[in-house]
Ligand binder design. Sequence first.
Ligand code: UD1
Length: 417
Amino acid sequence: MSRFIIEGGGKMEGEITVQGSKNAVLPILAATVLSDGKNVIYNCPKISDVDMTVEVLKNLGCRVDTEKDCIEVDASHLSGHTIPDELMRQMRSSIIFLGAIIARCGRAEISMPGGCEIGIRPIDLHLSALKKLGVSITESHGFIHCVREKVQPASIHLDFPSVGATENIMLTACMTEGVTTIENAAREPEIVDLERFLNRMGAKIKGAGSDLITIEGVHKLYGAAHTIIADRIVSATYLACAVVSGGTVALKGAESAHMGAMLSVLKNMGAEIYEDKQKIVVVSPKKLKSIGTIKTMPYPGFPTDIQSPFMALSTQCEGSSVFVENIFENRFRHIEELVRMGADIKADGRVAVVIGKSRLTGAKVTAPDLRGGAALIVAALAADGTTEIENIKYIDRGYEAVEEILSPCGVKIKRKE
Ligand code: UD1
């Protein structure tokens, strides 16, 4: 099992080029099955979630060629409409293929997505929206069977602005004759990126980025080329690494317009942030101020995905910080590991209180999930001595070769197989 060995205490200094967004590339790769032409996607991050998505595409009969950060997908000979259990189990977000496969094939079968490391993650909103679009859904033998009985547009109101449900509706409705609307749609920048790609393929979608998305169905979509946006969560993780180490770091390619809530927290801690077109520079303060209360919210609120790395950072703030996790019920599993390193954190249900500043010491810890793993890297940079992080397969799901990114900035980090 791979692990990271990190020596804490050094200042991080330098420039990092930010990878493409995980949460943008996954639905966009799923969208490539909508056309029978060739799609070229640039700026794809080299992470294991992308490798698994490519496996799903190949399993459906797509031809996929990868060169550096570019993935070419040719779905002209799509031969399947099923996502088998082993692929679904490896990556729960394969659920995003559902809408695309139904639109292209008129039917889809996926293994039931079970719970995952950060909570139960139901898909009721996805399924009820698809039913409104004329899809009949049955469940048996651990599979969800979807058949398009009628091709009908719908007016859909989401009870919660689910990212995945919004994307699945867009993927099905863009090839459904008539006008479909999504009220209370998720507003994440990744949804805007999906709209841009689908429109390049010939779809007629308006409103992504707002809470009302209007989709006028078309008969056919064509192959298109697209460049994935920068990963705002990875950007904020590296800013947290820089600030916890007391260093100065420039992030090339970062999109500050997508990072308002996270940058404002860093500024409140006392960090100086300089935003330029496609570049963010952070200069750490001598002392970090406590950040009051952070509540995770749908975009443009504070993202749940950065809650754990920022909690690790807050252990180095003077005074208490409170985190309220409103999106996922089981996203505090990093706390136990941070406490092993010397953090003073108490959690009850969805609320965690961090008392700083703690002296962290290097320890053997285990990444509990993707972002919880990133939090342990942040903590390791502030800790005295050596931290060994096990289970880094989770970190590799969303972060490109962390050791190759951080080492040139002076961080003593090694991967051990
Ligand atoms: C996406 C992101 C994930 C991020 C999350 C919230 C991808 C691949 N993943 O996940 O990194 O943390 O958005 O920003 O883009 N819910 C239901 N019923 C549903 C769907 C969702 O109750 O049918 C609930 C979930 O349990 C959760 C909340 O809604 O509590 C948010 O989920 P959602 O926005 O759908 O997240 P994902 O698309 O799974």
